[in-house]
Structure formats: C-alpha cells, structure tokens
Design a protein around this ligand. Structure first.
Ligand code: SF4
Ligand code: SF4
Length: 344
C-alpha cells in the first residue's frame, strides 16, 4: 500500500507538470560511488575502476533536499555497488524522511550483511543473470550461489524485491528458469538490453551482444511469459517496441524515427547524477554529454536546468521505453504500474 501511494503521488506530480508544461526532476538515478566488488563482462562504465571525487554524506543530503524541493518523487541509488558505501543506510533513511520513494540496485554480494535495514527501501533490485552458467559468464565465477542466497534471504524478510537481468548471448536460455524462480521467491523481473555502443567499456561487450534474431526471439519469449502471468515489470507495449526495433547494434535514433516510438523525457522529468555531482540526461548518455553541469559547482537547480537531451530521440531499451510511456501518460502503462504496486 505504501508503494501504491507513492506511485499515485508520482502520477499526480507528473500530471501537474504536464498541465503547466514545466520540467521537474521527478525521477533521479544517483550513482553513489565508483567502487564495485564484481567485474561483469559488460560493465559499460568500468565503475569498479574509477578514481574520481565522490560527494560526501553532507553534500549528498543537501542535494536530496534541493531535489525534493524541485519535485523529486523517486530516487534510484545505483553504482558501482551502492552497498560498499559506508553511509548508504543514512542516505536511504534521509531520502525516506523526505517522503521520497527510494529504491536501490545492488549486485547482491552484500545484501545478507545489510538485511536488518533494507526493509526501509521501497524496492530492492538485485542483479541476477539467470542460471549458473549464464549468470557466471556475465558476472564472474563463484557469484551465482552468493547472489541466489541473497535473493532467498531478502525474500524471506519480505523486502519488496525485483531482479534485474541483462540479456546477452550467455543467458538467452535462462528466461524460464527466472520466471519459475520469481514465482517461488515472489519478485518481479526486469529484463535489460545490453548497453554496448555508448562507451569505450561498453563497446568491449559487443562480443556478447545477441544477434538481431536472438534478441527478437528472446523478447518474444519474454512477452509470451508475461501474457501467461509472469511478474514482468515492463508493459506489453514497451516489450513490443523493443521487439520491433530494426537493428540492435544501433541502440538510439538521433534523427526522427521513421516509425512511431515514445517521446523521450530524459532531461525533462528524469536524469542521472554521477557520484561527483555531474548531471546527465540518462545513464546511456553519460559518456556522450561531457562536460556536464555539476551539482557542486553550479548548484542543484542550475545543474538540473542545464541538463537537456539534445542527443537522441528514442532508443531500444525496454526500461526507458516503459519509463517514457509512463511520462507520456500512456494509460495502459500507468495502470500496469499501479496494478504492480497493488500486487506488492
Ligand atoms: S555489478 Fe554493476 S558496477 Fe559492478 S562490475 Fe557489474 S555492472 Fe559494473
Ligand atoms: S532515447 Fe532517451 S532514454 Fe533512450 S538513450 Fe536516448 S536519452 Fe536515454
């Protein structure tokens, strides 16, 4: 019910901004650090290997204050690995005190150590790439059992749980396994396309990018599973748009597309903030839109106001297609999300 109320408040804020034609940072993804205890085959940001400034707790809380004044309703904490940050619990509790919906994405390795406070999150997302072979080819040796144990432990504590799976050539056969597991441990499934074009690190992952035929086949199977009742977060429409993408080696369309895709609201209703305070329209564009406005140098309001997506019109990523349809007030997408929150 708590999550349902948040979604309703989020929708009301969105409608207000639509009516008054205003921009507002309703949804923020915040990279809390640049450290990671995994070495995934496809890490598009080499987040485990950066040596850049990371905002302090005080700077982060001040930014949360500013963002909530500007209209933030949902804060998604990503990394790196967020649970490596010693003050991560304080950041979560601070955001929750501001009545901001707070979710966190983790690779799962430190979940069991943090079980006592993770229930303060509105949602915990654990990255898990399928059966043992598929998961470990993507995310490294000896990680499968540890992450599966984290999922089981979080589920036993009744933490609202989602699993994020990046689709590569390595795990195309894992869909049925993940659907079965989601029914057993009560989590939702979020299938991500591989980001392989937009950064030097990402481009190294191109060797595990599924072919066009493989992508289409896997998205067809995901759609069928959803039609049969699997708890898959994204709407049928978003899955359809991904399925109909012409060439997955071209992830974004910069000119007007020749077929109708949802308008992109990056820089209008959402953005991503790096650990050093740099602001980008969306995670995919982080390498493409530098130098970026910065929260510490420019102030949060000015940094947000200067964050504009002039770079692309639409993309093949199901998560952003779904988000953009939500921001475009697509009725089926909004109803789907509200139903999802009711199910939690
Ligand atoms: S867990 Fe995330 S940040 Fe860490 S290596 Fe994997 S993709 Fe990169
Ligand atoms: S279309 Fe929007 S969400 Fe997709 S990559 Fe471009 S800016 Fe990001």
């Amino acid at each position: 019910m708590k999550n349902m109320l948040n979604k309703a408040l989020f929708s009301a804020n969105l409608v207000k901004n639509k009516i008054f034609r205003t921009r507002a940072p309703l949804y923020i993804s915040y990279l809390v650090n640049h450290s990671c205890n995994m070495r995934c085959a496809y890490c598009y940001g080499t987040f485990y290997d950066r040596d850049e400034y990371v905002m302090t707790t005080v700077e982060t809380c001040a930014m949360i204050d500013d963002l909530s004044r500007l209209g933030m309703r949902r804060l998604c904490l990503i990394g790196g690995e967020p649970l490596l940050r010693e003050d991560i619990k304080d950041i979560v509790l601070y955001a929750r005190k501001k009545n901001v919906e707070c979710v966190l994405n983790t690779n799962g390795l430190l979940v069991e150590k943090n079980l006592d406070w993770l229930n303060n999150l509105n949602h915990l997302y654990i990255s898990f790439d399928g059966d043992e072979k598929g998961h470990e080819l993507n995310r490294g040796k000896n990680t499968f059992r540890k992450v599966l144990d984290a999922i089981i432990a979080a589920s036993a504590r009744k933490i609202p749980l989602g699993i994020v799976t990046v689709i590569t050539k390595n795990n195309l056969d894992s869909i049925d396994y993940l659907v079965d597991l989601s029914q057993q441990y009560k989590f939702n499934l979020n299938f991500f396309n591989l980001i392989s074009q937009e950064s030097t690190a990402g481009r190294q992952a191109v060797r595990i990018l599924p072919s066009n035929e493989e992508y289409k086949d896997v998205f067809r199977r995901i759609k069928n599973a959803k039609a049969e009742g699997a708890n898959i977060t994204y709407s049928m429409k978003a899955l359809d748009f991904t399925l109909r993408w012409k060439d997955y080696t071209k992830e974004r369309l910069i000119a007007e597309p020749d077929f109708k895709y949802p308008k992109c609201y990056a820089g209008i209703y959402y953005c991503v903030i790096d650990a050093n305070g740099d602001v980008f329209p969306c995670p995919v564009l982080m390498d493409r839109t530098k130098p970026a406005p910065n929260v510490l140098r420019d102030g949060t309001r000015t940094a947000w106001e200067r964050t504009v997506n002039t770079n692309c019109k639409t993309c093949c990523f199901t998560c952003y297609l779904d988000l953009n349809m939500f921001f475009g007030l697509d009725v089926a997408t909004i109803t789907g999300h509200l139903k999802e929150k009711l199910r939690e």
